[in-house]
Ligand binder design. Structure first.
Ligand code: ADP
Ligand code: MG
Length: 392
């Protein structure tokens, strides 16, 4: 049974004035469950192995203790966060920067592959106390002698399960081994994972395990709908959903770069403000697209799964699966882009007869089951035949 966090407040955590001010600016009033359980332990230097679902506030769960520790007068790298993707590293960097707003002299560097080394070198010359990085690029800098981890106090692996899934086991262990034995090692995952347990067993000192069930308050509030359709009708179905004019910020997922490009140009041609994100797009361009989407400069982001994991964009109101994901677990990652931070979200999956087998497989692992919808006389309807958007 996960303990209730109703008594735990940010005030009771003995946080600095600077952090309290930043939390207030960010609009947080109470800590999430994973924050209530992690922050006090981590501030006491304890090693933690935390498993918590997406959208439960893990970034601040480690970010707050990291910033409470940082020694501003010490120019060495003191704290490192490893993240599986560039997008996630950038997002963690942004969240830490917001938290550090009132901590004068706190420097955070974000390092990831695809960005020019000289640019990162100049960030390193400013002597960041905190580094957020993808494993490959951090290792690259270590090998070039640009970064030394011999004074690291805290090391965090975010999305450890995903990172190790992606084949970063060797890189990650080499990085951990470059840090002092007595450093604090904190692992965050969305799911239990054998490689994570191995790392925990090998490198953690008396770790505390924290498992946070998605509570009613924490669990993303996502209404899921499955729309039975045919491949040739998917674009029309999609335009119908967009034209309902109910959702302002939408993510559409496709399985291939080709489809992502095609759909985006189709939408643009039809007059929608849409941009796309996939692995063949230059990193600098991907950053621009993500940041424009966050700022609301356009309303529809068409993406492959590159963008699915870990990315937090506030206020995505609807996620549309144009294609069902090829990997079952991506379904949850995708729909997890909406309904974050106690907001309500909605997801639609356009499912052909052929895809329905995979849909069933995906749903086998899920507690929450979607509601079926269908088109009849060109109107999206609930099972009882009433028009869907009449209910919204
Ligand atoms: P996770 O890593 O668990 O998927 P994130 O750290 O990305 O979750 O947080 C999800 C969203 O919740 C972010 O927009 C974050 O700013 C917001 N958030 C984090 N902590 C709180 C809180 N205590 N109260 C309200 N919103 C929060
Ligand atoms: Mg996260």
């Amino acid at each position: 049974m996960s303990e209730s966090n109703t008594q735990v407040t940010f005030e009771s955590m003995d946080l600095s004035r600077e952090i309290m001010l930043a939390i207030k600016d960010m609009g947080f009033t109470t800590p999430s469950t994973v924050q209530a359980r992690t922050i006090p332990l981590m501030m006491n230097g304890v090693d933690i192995n935390a498993i918590a679902p997406t959208g439960t506030g893990k970034t601040c769960a480690f970010g707050i203790p990291m910033l409470e520790y940082v020694q501003l007068n010490d120019p060495s790298v003191q704290e490192v966060v490893l993240a599986p993707t560039r997008e996630l590293a950038l997002q963690i960097g942004d969240e830490l920067t917001k938290l550090a707003k009132y901590i004068k002299g706190c420097r955070i560097a974000v390092l990831y592959g695809g960005q020019p080394i000289p640019k990162q070198l100049s960030a390193l010359k400013r002597k960041p106390q905190i580094i957020v990085a993808t494993p490959g690029r951090l290792l690259d800098h270590m090998n070039r002698g640009n970064i030394h981890l011999n004074a690291v106090h805290t090391m965090v692996l975010d999305e450890a399960d995903e990172m190790l899934n992606m084949g970063f086991v060797k890189d990650v262990t080499r990085i951990i081994e470059a840090t002092p034995k007595e450093r604090q090692l904190v692992l965050f995952s969305a799911t239990m994972h054998q490689d994570v347990l191995t790392i925990a067993w090998k490198y953690q000192n008396d770790p505390v395990e924290i498992t946070v069930e998605a509570t009613k308050e924490d669990r993303p509030q996502i209404a899921q709908y499955v729309i039975a359709t045919e491949q040739s009708k998917k674009i029309d179905n999609l335009l119908y959903l967009l034209d309902a004019d109910v959702y302002q910020r939408i993510m559409i997922f496709c399985n291939t770069k080709f489809m992502t490009d095609r759909l985006t140009s189709k939408l643009k041609k039809e007059g929608y403000s849409a941009e796309c994100l996939h692995g063949d797009i230059r990193q600098s361009q991907r950053n621009v697209v993500m940041s424009d989407f966050r700022k609301g400069k356009f309303s529809i982001l068409v993406a492959t799964d590159v963008a699915a994991r870990g990315i937090d964009v506030d206020d995505v109101e609807a996620v549309i699966n144009f294609d069902l994901p090829e990997e079952n677990e991506y379904y949850l990652h995708r729909i997890g882009r909406t309904g974050r931070a106690h907001k309500h979200g909605v997801s639609f999956s356009l499912v052909t007869f052929r895809e329905s087998v995979r849909m069933d497989e995906i749903l086998k692992y899920m507690i929450a089951q979607p509601t079926p919808l269908h088109f009849e006389d060109d109107v999206l309807r609930c099972e009882d035949g009433t028009p869907f958007f009449d209910h919204i």
